[in-house]
Design a protein around this ligand. Structure first.
Ligand code: SAM
Length: 245
């Protein structure tokens, strides 16, 4: 009935506002917090993602939910002057931090910055050879819609890579990780960024995210084929890949 629908609508708007508040708040400290929270391991997960992308010179790449641009920076070097990388993010604070960082590192000429929602990508069909979304999908309200939108703008034969927190395969790790994310993470957020609440949200969003097999099914529903995943660090993170037929 309308009551139920009305309630859902409020919940959806709440999530969108919450995600926007979190990333406006953490943007300036985002890179520092990433290194602290993961002990630097996020760099390895990202490098692995780049290696699995089969990106080549001349390719067009979309890094959606690209934030402060770690993947974009690497892609921009790999596609070279004949290629192009679009760093897209819904949040202009994150986008600004990313643009400043990449410009300071001399990555200019083949990067475009676009404010966009992953659910409604503002690009023509069949545009990109490679699309990445790293630690972004769990923040998206309608994940199925976002995956379909990514599939639409991929070229046939193009590859989608989803790097995201997942379900650990090791029960001991799982317990330690839960304790870590719900106590230490907000504490570090408070100490370093003066914001415990945002990091509590991040921990919560990690716990709520679909597990490996569920996400695989969602990617297949979006029309991708040869969907596979690899667990990284005992499944704390998983890298899913799929091809547009
Ligand atoms: N990809 C970067 C990385 O791995 O360091 C940034 C990840 S950060 C945890 C998540 C990013 O997703 C934020 O920059 C946030 O603004 C963005 N985001 C959240 N919802 C989004 C949406 N619906 N569409 C596009 N970007 C979104």
């Amino acid at each position: 009935g309308t009551t139920h629908f009305g309630y859902q609508q409020v919940a959806v708007e709440d999530k969108v506002r919450k995600v926007a508040d979190v990333f406006h708040s953490v943007a300036g400290k985002y890179d520092l917090m990433n290194d602290l929270m993961s002990g630097g391991i996020h760099r390895l997960w990202k490098r692995y993602t780049i290696n699995r992308s089969s990106v080549r010179r001349g390719h067009k790449v979309l890094d959606i939910a690209g934030g402060t641009g770690d993947l974009t920076l690497k892609f921009s070097q790999l596609v070279g002057p004949t290629g192009k990388v679009v760093l897209a993010d819904i949040n202009d604070s994150m986008l600004n931090v990313g643009r400043d960082k990449l410009t300071n590192r001399g990555a200019v000429g083949n990067i475009e910055y676009v404010q966009a929602n992953a659910e409604y990508l503002p690009f023509p069909d069949n545009t990109f050879d490679v699309i990445t979304i790293a630690f972004g999908l769990r923040n998206v309200t309608d994940k199925d819609k976002a995956l379909a939108s990514m599939a639409r703008v991929l070229k046939p034969g193009g590859r989608l890579l989803v790097l995201e927190f997942s379900k650990t395969t090791n029960p001991l790790m799982s317990k330690a990780y839960d304790t870590y994310s719900f106590t230490l993470l907000p504490l570090m957020g408070q100490l370093v960024a003066g914001d415990a609440e945002s990091y509590r949200y991040l921990a919560e969003s990690i716990r709520m995210h679909p597990d490996q097999e569920t996400l695989k099914g969602m990617m297949e529903n979006a029309g991708l084929v040869r969907v596979e995943y690899e667990n990284l660090t005992s499944g704390i993170v998983a890298l899913h890949t799929g091809i547009k037929p």
